[in-house]
Design a binder for this molecule. Structure first.
Ligand code: NAD
Ligand code: TYD
Length: 357
């Protein structure tokens, strides 16, 4: 038995692979294109571990995916691979359509073909788990109830529109072809290995470098934050016990305005790595032009996954954000390699000779 994970060198995917192999002997086939966001250094601790088979490639490469499925015969495919940064999607939406929509379509087709060839018992047990986002639901007004799984999809950015399209494709592959799918829609994640283009790692890294801490608009946009390892445990639980065809919203019941997040990070840094000149990191906060079409508020109602599957986050925001800041302070080499681009060479230097068709 094995599982195939796509996008397993990215932020959430790499945390998932590390957590999976810390708790299970079941091998992981990890298919990742290694875009700028894919970083094999995240998986350095698995070097030499036969349970982790890394393959550099595109989810849209049907021949490669078919070959991997035939060779490894996984019991499940978990699709993390995506272009994931809203700001990049505003500047260049094409890559988002290519990977998130066309890539997901091709992956579904490859998986369907493989699944149809399985014997009856394996066909019934097979799962395709699609990892999606709360951003597909659009933006909430301050007093609106949090997003439930039946909220209509009203995506506002090229990123969220491409993810909503992929969610629709996944749904259609169940209804039309019977492929046993599961979908998770999760709120904003934070934690180790988060690429410093996203808010929390960007603030940590810029603060330590003495750079401005950019706040878009008035800084009062609200996001619902979940520690990444809690997202990983939710995905494991949905894979294990989720009902086929269902959507599960995943969140930490932790809504906060961006400016509060930035002040929390600054206070933790003031405590853990005080500035030599005695001033606080919050002095580096700089308000900048708002993001076009910036969604005002996201909030996830996570009661279904708790009620049906007994899942709850293990971390509060206070414990998770402290661990995150400590992780960045303890891993300056990871940060330096990401910033210099040196992480891209990791695949050549550390993974020479691995299974890369
Ligand atoms: P990420 O950008 O850090 O990682 C994405 C990974 O996918 C990278 O390793 C990249 O190399 C790989 N990839 C990109 N295009 C590919 C392709 N065509 N074929 C194979 N691999 C490809 O993203 P993330 O933050 O880890 O997000 C993972 C998934 O979770 C995404 O689907 C995203 O929509 C979803 N999600 C993210 C968040 C969040 O807060 N980051 C929240 C909810 C859901
Ligand atoms: P981000 O981490 O990009 O996630 P998403 O847009 O998917 O929610 O941004 C989180 C919030 O922080 C979002 O409201 C935009 C805001 N933001 C800033 O104010 N400054 C920044 O430099 C960045 C990257 C984001």
């Amino acid at each position: 038995m094995s599982i195939l994970v796509t996008g397993g060198a990215g932020f959430i995917g790499s945390n998932f692979v590390l957590d999976w192999l810390a708790q299970s002997e079941e091998p992981v086939i990890n298919l990742d294109k290694l875009t700028y966001a894919g970083n094999l250094e995240n998986l350095a601790s698995l070097q030499g571990d036969a349970r982790h088979v890394f393959v550099q490639g595109d989810i849209g490469d049907s021949a490669l995916v078919a070959q991997l499925l035939a060779q490894h015969q996984p019991r499940a495919v978990l699709n993390f691979a995506a272009e994931s940064h809203v700001d990049r999607s505003i500047h260049g939406p094409e890559d988002f359509i290519q990977t998130n929509v066309v890539g997901t379509l091709r992956l579904l087709q490859s998986v369907r073909s493989y699944w149809q060839g399985l014997d009856e018992a394996r066909r019934a047990a097979f799962r395709f788990l699609h990892v999606s986002t709360d951003e597909v639901y659009g933006s909430l007004a301050p007093a609106d109830p949090a997003f439930t799984e039946t909220h209509k999809l009203e995506p506002n950015s090229p990123y969220s529109a491409s993810k909503a399209a992929s969610d629709h494709l996944v749904r259609a592959w169940l209804h039309t072809y019977g492929l046993p799918v599961l979908t998770t829609n999760c709120s904003n994640n934070y934690g180790p290995y988060h690429f410093p283009e996203k808010l929390i790692p960007l603030i940590i890294v810029n603060a330590l470098a003495g750079k401005p801490l950019p706040i878009y608009g008035d800084g009062l946009q609200v996001r619902d934050w979940l520690y990444v390892k809690d997202h990983c445990s939710a995905i494991r639980r949905v894979l294990e016990a989720g009902r086929v065809g269902e959507i599960y919203n995943v969140g930490g019941w932790n809504e906060k305005p961006n400016i509060d997040i930035v002040h929390t990070v600054c206070s933790l840094l003031d405590e853990l790595r005080p500035k030599a000149d005695g001033t606080g990191y919050a002095g580096q906060i700089t308000y900048v032009t708002d993001r076009p079409g910036h969604d005002r508020r996201y909030a996830i109602d996570a009661s279904k996954i708790e009620r049906e599957l007994g899942w709850k986050p293990a971390e509060t925001f206070d414990t998770g954000i402290r661990k995150t800041v400590q992780w960045y302070l303890a891993n300056p080499d990871w940060v330096a390699h990401v910033q210099s681009g040196a992480y891209r060479e990791w695949v050549q230097t550390q993974y020479a000779g691995t299974d890369k068709p």
